[in-house]
Design a protein around this ligand. Sequence first.
Ligand code: NA7
Length: 503
Amino acid sequence: MPDQTEQPTDSANNADWAQAGRPPRIAIVGAGMSGIAACVKLEKAGYSDVTLFEKADRVGGTWRENTYPGLSCDIPSRWYCFSFALKAQWSHRYSYGPEIQAYMESVAQTFGVTQKTRFNTAVTDLQYLNGQWQLTTERNEVMTFDIIISATGILHKPAYPAIDGLDTFAGHSFHSARWDHSVDIRDKRVGVIGTGSTACQIVGAITPQVKKMLVFQRTPQWMMALPQIEYSKRWNAMMERFPSLQKLSYHYYMQLMATTFAAGTVGNKTVQRLIHWACRKHLRESVADDALRERLTPNYQAACKRLIFCSDFYPAISSDNAALITERIENIESTGVRTTDGTLHELDVLVLATGFDPGAFILPTRVRGENGVDLETRWAGAPRAHRAVALPDFPNFWMLEGPTGPVGNISLITITEYQVDYVISMLNKMKAEGLSAIKVKSTACENYNASMRQGIKNTIWFTGGCDSWYFDASGLPNLYPFKPTRYLKDMRHPDYSEYELIR
Ligand code: NA7
């Protein structure tokens, strides 16, 4: 990999790469799923002067960070994979974390992404100066790039609960995304705060091993059974032999999820009713104890919060060594968690499955666009972007999985790939027309987000009667409110009239 700290050549000093006839210098921030997709697709499109900056020592993003027991993906693997790297040998329909992480590492290695990545290098500052982006790392290295692609993911900053006394707990305590594998949980009294997707997977996985499992539930969640299967060697051999079957599976699952869960969340009432019915059925058939079932029953519509797919949570919470605590947490003490009824729940291990800061995106990296416009100030707790990828006043800066992207129960890899193709179209446009910059017009971005605000009011996330991490400081869910297929169709053909094409 070239030393990026070296002085650029004369032609590289020319901010207008497209006019100078040189390749653009592209920086990708983050080597998770979207960074890998971007790097591979850029290379295939002929853009190979790419450097990835990764704060950790390996690729993988969320699949590297999360290592908790039971971690799995609730999107079928035959779809939750790169379209350019389909894989025959998935062990299960819904893969477990380590298998997905191994896949990410293998794709990165095979396609040369690893070699282009600067590991252990967090980007602290990005500033648009004189038509180029100045990138500063945590070691105060300063480099210049023509194009920035933010591939930092959405849920990467753990949210720690603001509970009195959290730091006084004398046992082992950690966030679910920072699982401490040095702690032996067998025969321990373990408390889990939260009942989101993460908590359900953890509780389902470890309850049989621990002495006592206490789940602190603030809000019950709807969940559907996960139709997990293990693939047989024969089946996978057939997949290997006939790669067209892998493609068929990829598109089958995409259509299935798009027409069911995705359609249900954005307004299809019949699908919504079916999801609700399936969740109720799952609860009824899994929890025999009436009182426990009552306490596990949400008072809002299924799929209002991010729908959970999990088959082992209900059996786990129903088991003799488990208890569901629904009294509010008063504070945490050295020996355990005290609830508002005065009970002290004594614990050896406390797991904080309390989710993530959903408004982070590329933050805390400081990003300043034209005239020093600061991204964090601009967003003010309600991140917005144009088509989830572009920001007014931030030329040649592209986000993958940015605000108001379609993230509800579908494969983010597919979404990312379409976004990368969109960015590549922009680069091709710059190259063909000798443009020095492309930036989205403020009016286009405002109109787009006005339609998002309007559309979101018809979605289950808004009408379902719940609070969730989807809501931001604007008081609205920060999601794409229409069918994801519409988003994909729109992204296929960029509308350049939405952009200022600067020579
Ligand atoms: P989530 O879905 O944000 O869930 C966090 C859970 O933690 C949820 O049950 C919260 O209750 C609970 N929580 C958060 N803060 C507190 C405090 N202070 N006290 C008690 N309980 C609390 O995070 P996950 O990691 O499970 O999943 C994140 C995403 O990853 C998921 O949506 C998928 O897309 C994959 P609440 O419901 O807010 O009352």
